[in-house]
Design a protein around this ligand. Structure first.
Ligand code: C2E
Ligand code: CA
Ligand code: CA
Ligand code: CA
Length: 280
């Protein structure tokens, strides 16, 4: 049935209102979760492509009170960013991660890296590097095993300022990793200006490896060549098949991450993995 103009407008308004209500709902739940520390981390291992041993882990946040409503970080992190709540969330994740890596190091002689997602908003916050510095001190954490994952979209606003901020972070001894690489706006020639250590090839390109001689496959080849040229490490994200592993290994991609190798693990399961990989 055809909708008359006025009706269509009403439907439209209702959708927008629904969207705003949903965001306000998420904001309310996040404020409570921050207040009570109601967040969790899950641990997604990153593997050496040659021997498939875990060499590091990406920590990913979970909010149980939102997860029960089907709302994950893909949706609540952007709300946290527009409401200013991200500052507290990123600080919580950093504090929790540093405490966990210190524990694993003491208990299992774990020597892998922890990769922590940092919002673009925080990257531009002048107080952020100081906060990282004091947390490293608080936990006596080895900065060389801490990696901050940032996205290229964080740079579009103010390139010079971004680079200054990245250099400040690097001076603390932490590594920087460019997340979702290939989906943003960075001209490849600009890459050389960013003081990053690692590229993470976005999942969408890895999925494209199944399509035969595709545009996405060429993109993977180009990123690997580029990483070689600039001496950057590379992680392939979203690896979901044996064929993808074979191809990436053959092309010299150093590290792999994805559901085929491991889903994000609970703290207990991640400890088991570390314990096992140490004894084998
Ligand atoms: P991201 O940083 O690109 O993280 C990777 C996301 O892809 C994770 O979803 C992970 O579970 C998923 N993934 C990894 N491998 C595969 C695969 O093989 N197949 C499929 N289908 N998915 C895979 P998650 O945990 O829902 O996180 C979504 C996004 O939320 C993250 O994307 C990141 O942008 C943001 N995020 C997560 N945790 C944090 C955090 O602690 N702080 C901040 N600022 N952002 C976070
Ligand atoms: Ca990430
Ligand atoms: Ca990513
Ligand atoms: Ca992402």
């Amino acid at each position: 049935a055809k909708l008359k103009g006025k009706n269509r407008l009403q439907f439209f308004n209702r959708d927008i209102a629904g969207g705003i209500q949903r965001k306000q709902y998420i904001e309310r739940v996040l404020i409570k979760a921050i207040h009570h520390g109601h967040f969790n981390l899950v641990y997604m291992p990153i593997f050496d492509s040659q021997n498939l041993k875990p060499v590091g882990v990406e920590v990913l946040i979970r909010a149980p009170s939102l997860a029960s409503k089907g709302i994950g970080p893909e949706e609540f992190i952007p709300v946290a960013e527009t409401t200013g709540l991200i500052k507290d969330i990123d600080a919580w994740v950093l504090n929790e991660s540093l405490s966990r890596i210190t524990y694993l190091t003491d208990k299992y002689q774990f020597d892998g890296f922890f990769a922590i997602n940092i919002s673009a908003v925080e990257l531009h916050n002048r107080e952020f590097p100081q906060m990282v510095k004091s947390m490293l001190l608080k936990h006596q954490a080895d900065p060389s095993r801490i990696e901050l994952e940032i996205t290229e979209t964080s740079f579009v606003d103010n390139l010079d300022n971004s680079i200054r901020q990245l250099n400040h972070l690097k001076s603390l001894g932490v590594s920087l990793s460019l997340d979702d690489f290939g989906t943003g706006y960075t001209a490849f020639t600009q890459l050389i200006e960013f003081p990053v250590d690692k590229l993470k090839i976005d999942r969408s390109f890895i999925q494209g490896l199944d399509e035969g001689a595709s545009e996405k496959k060429r993109m993977v080849d180009i990123v690997l060549a580029l990483a070689d040229l600039y001496q950057l490490k590379v992680v392939a994200e979203g690896v979901e098949s044996e064929e993808q592993i074979e191809y990436l290994k053959y092309r010299g991609c150093e590290m792999l991450q994805g559901y085929f190798l491991s889903k994000p693990l609970s703290w207990d399961d991640f400890q088991l993995l570390i314990e096992q990989s140490h004894s084998s």
